[in-house]
Design a protein around this ligand. Structure first.
Ligand SMILES: [Zn+2]
Length: 376
């Protein structure tokens, strides 16, 4: 029986495991929910891999690590079990499979990916030299798991990231770097009717800053600078004393990320008496296409061996932990998880028919990198 047939045989169990995981809600900000979810992932992993994970608790979040075998890690398989969906989302977006489309909060991003990883590693006989890391705060930008991700990736021949596939099942071979800022304005409150001239209007100052910030983007270079959440003031009849705006920056290369960072820090107040504070900075470095070239070529080769269509590649604006592994120089291929769409959106879904071939591709790629020869 070839690898795709074996993975097809696993499909009922794959679906049952995905249902179990999706049914355990795990918003990144809810420690109690994350604790339940990490217990479930640990339990599922023990069932498939025969060993319990190491549990790494950082600031109330539990990350799970399976280091398989005694030797050094050559392949890091990376996933996360947190989602952007708040508790109660199962009521509005229940788990279900209809006409080959699986739905439920966090299914494509990336509970199906975590389940694929467990089945793949089980099918490969729990191979030496692989570490599976499933983190709990990816959707927040990995504030507590970043050192762990980078530490595990260091020196590996490959970091394989099980985030959802791009359009049509594309592998993600480049991701933009991400910076986040909070720009705070300090003005002075005054009565808007009696003596507005005594005030320094934080809303007006923010208006100046928002336009200056939005102008920092460079569409030709793929750099976007987007003012997002904005707030100011305390009452409708008071000159606002304070205000702030959040800023999301995406850039294809480190030079652009640095250019915008310098410009953000060079912002100066326009109104006399106003003060500015710029907090934040670069979060995820860009994942350059060069980090993925060799692994993508391997994926094309193993797909051909399996009789699968050649994978396509996509460069995307969204970040993942692949940005961190590529950032420290580890060859990285992302988008190896489930095929589907609608991550973070109402139409989030997984295409059931694509799961066995995806599992076979991941398994063959891991085996190829480990040098254990042809499979299936
Ligand atoms: Zn994700």
């Amino acid at each position: 029986m070839d690898l795709i047939e074996r993975m097809t045989g696993r499909l009922p169990r794959l679906l049952a495991d995905i249902e179990e995981l999706v049914s355990c809600e795990s918003p990144s900000t809810d420690h109690a929910a994350l604790a339940r979810s990490s217990d479930l992932v640990a339990d599922l992993g023990k069932r498939h891999l025969g060993v319990a994970p190491e549990r790494i608790d950082v600031d109330g979040r539990t990350h799970l690590r399976w280091r398989l075998g005694d030797g050094p890690t050559r392949v890091l398989v990376l996933g996360h079990h947190d989602t952007v969906w708040p508790i109660g989302s199962l009521t509005t977006h229940p788990f279900g499979v209809t006409d080959g489309v699986l739905r439920g909060p966090g299914c494509v991003d990336m509970k199906a990916g975590v389940v694929l990883a467990l089945h793949v590693l089980a099918e490969l006989g729990v191979p030496d030299g692989v570490t599976l890391l499933v983190t709990a705060d990816e959707e927040l930008g990995s504030p507590t798991s970043r050192p762990l991700v980078e530490g595990e990736a260091a020196g590996c021949a490959a970091a394989l990231v099980l985030e959802s596939a791009g359009p049509g099942g594309a592998l993600k071979t480049a991701r933009k770097g991400i910076s986040r800022y909070q720009v705070r304005v300090h003005g002075r409150a005054a009565h808007a009717g009696l003596d507005p001239e005594r005030g320094v209007n934080a809303t007006v100052e923010l208006a100046h800053q928002v336009l200056a910030i939005a102008a920092l983007g460079d569409p030709e270079r793929g750099t976007t600078v987007t003012p997002t959440l904005l707030s100011a003031g305390t009452a409708a009849n008071t000159v606002p004393a304070t205000g702030e705006v959040a800023v999301d920056v995406r850039a294809r290369d480190a030079a652009e990320q640095g250019r915008v960072d310098a410009a953000m820090r060079a912002l100066r107040p326009v109104l006399p008496g106003a003060r500015l504070a710029v907090l934040g900075g670069p979060n995820r470095p860009p994942m350059a296409a060069s980090a993925s070239t060799a692994l993508f070529e391997r994926a094309v080769t193993v797909a051909a061996r399996l009789g699968l269509p050649a994978p396509t590649s996509a460069a995307v604006g969204g970040g993942s932990d692949g940005n961190f592994t590529a950032g420290i120089g580890t060859p990285t291929l992302d988008g190896l998880g489930a095929v589907g769409g609608g991550a973070h959106a109402d139409d989030e879904h997984v295409l059931v028919d694509a799961l066995p071939a995806r599992a076979a591709l991941i398994a063959a790629l891991i085996a190829d990198v480990l040098g254990s020869g042809r499979l299936g």
